[in-house]
Design a protein around this ligand. Structure first.
Ligand SMILES: Cc1cc2nc3c(=O)[nH]c(=O)nc-3n(C[C@H](O)[C@H](O)[C@H](O)COP(=O)(O)OP(=O)(O)OC[C@H]3O[C@@H](n4cnc5c(N)ncnc54)[C@H](O)[C@@H]3O)c2cc1C
Length: 400
């Protein structure tokens, strides 16, 4: 199967057309084709599966063993339940194993390719081949319209007609590799509502004056617990020259809204108050004591900012308690996020109220389906977003 036109360009009838040959679109098209239906897969990109290729640092964190609805954000927390239950991480793992792809468990249930994410792209391509999926790629879609019971897709490779149209064009994250608002526009064209999209998981930024206060802490990475709006994540946190990043921050960014304060426990699991009180009276400097648990540069900065550059013997017990509290409850107010260029996915999207949770079909538009990231279902970091792409693509693939 080539990435260019396999079928003659120009008007043609298909059983189903899938727009977007990413994770969800390829999964969906393969399923439709393997049911014996004639399916056309269209994508405007020059290279197939670029987002999969760069995912997980080039190794694709393709699923998570602990996949459950609690790991997803949506206006309807229950919407993802049905599709995720009918296509599980074990189903995808079985597919990966059938294709002989070696994988490994890294942490927190996250499964990665041992060698390369390209193997997942090749696997999906070969599954499409098994279903005799035809491709128009690269191909710009100019217009989608209704022609009786069919959808007419007008493109620079010609027109195509089908009674089923699946939109799998993803969200707005990573615009440099082909993200576009196409899916939202089509949803609006057919009267579906959109939950306002925002970037996430995404690094958080600070205003220049805040950054100046931090001095040069960039590059420091710690194990921390970060909280915001009732959610908390304990993973690593990275101070950068623009603000905060690392898994703990990327996770909490999905719950952060402009103006919110985030709270960081710099020493989760350590009873800092007991540690400080046990050392009270000692001539050891506070920053030197803290440096047993945290990077030295961070301790020096913390102590300088909190009037703490002195020996423990010079602090009252009340002051030590306040310092302990401050280390467990560091409050910071980010000024924003680093936006879609640095985000992994898009929060929001096609309102799940407009879709069937079983088939991903638009309730009010027979034959129209939305799968993957374009839908208002967003996973936590850790392989959940791909699992949603596989599961929702598979769900529509059984009926489209
Ligand atoms: C850097 C990075 C790393 C990531 N790592 C992981 C990870 O390790 N694990 C994980 O679970 N998730 C990860 N994600 C998120 C994951 O990649 C997405 O959630 C997933 O790819 C969504 O699948 P999708 O098929 O819905 O959309 P996409 O994979 O984005 O596919 C959409 C497709 O539609 C095409 N398209 C867009 N607009 C048009 C148009 N107008 N006309 C025709 N075609 C169009 C695009 O070219 C693309 O091929 C990562 C994301 C990024 C950006």
């Amino acid at each position: 199967m080539s990435q260019t036109t396999d079928s003659p360009p120009g008007p043609g009838r298909w059983d189903a057309i899938v727009i977007g040959a990413g994770a969800a679109g390829m999964m969906c098209a393969a399923q439709i084709g393997q049911r014996g239906r004639r399916v056309l897969l269209i994508d405007h990109a020059h290279k197939l599966g670029e987002k999969i290729r760069i995912s997980g640092g080039g190794r694709c964190n393709f699923t998570n063993l602990h996949c459950s609805p609690e790991h997803f954000l949506s206006q309807n927390q229950h919407f993802c339940r049905s599709a995720l239950a009918r296509y599980t991480p074990q189903d995808f793992i079985a597919l990966v194993e059938r294709h002989g792809i070696a994988y490994e468990h890294k942490t927190l249930g996250q499964l990665f390719c041992r060698d390369s994410a390209r193997q997942i792209v090749a696997m999906l391509k070969s599954e499409c081949q098994r279903g005799d999926v035809q491709w128009w790629m690269p191909c710009e879609v100019r217009k989608v319209s209704r022609e009786g019971a069919d959808f007419m897709v007008d493109s620079d490779q010609g027109a195509a007609l089908a009674p089923s149209l699946v939109i799998a064009t993803g969200g707005l994250a990573a615009p440099k590799i082909g993200a576009s608002p196409f899916g939202y526009r089509i949803a609006e064209q057919f009267g579906l509502t959109i939950v306002a999209p925002t970037p996430a998981p995404v690094p958080l930024a600070f205003a220049p004056e805040t950054m100046a206060r931090f001095g040069d802490l960039s590059g420091i990475s710690i194990d921390a617990e970060v909280s915001c709006n009732g959610q908390h994540f304990r993973e690593s946190l990275l101070l950068t020259h623009r603000g905060l990043s690392g898994p703990a921050i990327l996770q909490i960014s999905s719950y952060w809204r402009g103006g919110d304060t985030i709270e960081i426990d710099l020493l989760p699991g350590l009873d800092v108050e007991a540690t400080l009180l046990a050392a009270s009276g000692s001539r050891v400097q506070l920053d030197n004591l803290l440096a047993q648990f945290l990077p030295k540069r961070l301790c020096q900065h913390w102590c300088a900012a909190n009037d703490g550059v002195k020996p423990l013997s010079e602090f009252s017990h009340g002051e030590l308690r306040r310092i302990a509290h401050g280390l467990h409850h560091w409050q910071l107010r980010p000024s924003g996020t680093l936006g879609y260029n640095k985000a992994e996915v898009t929060l929001g999207g096609v309102d799940t109220d407009c879709l069937s949770s079983k088939t991903m079909a638009a309730k009010a538009v027979p034959g129209l389906y939305f799968v993957g990231e374009v839908v208002d279902v967003t996973g936590h970091l850790g392989g959940f977003n791909f699992q949603w792409a596989w599961a929702s693509g598979h769900a529509a693939g059984q009926v489209a």
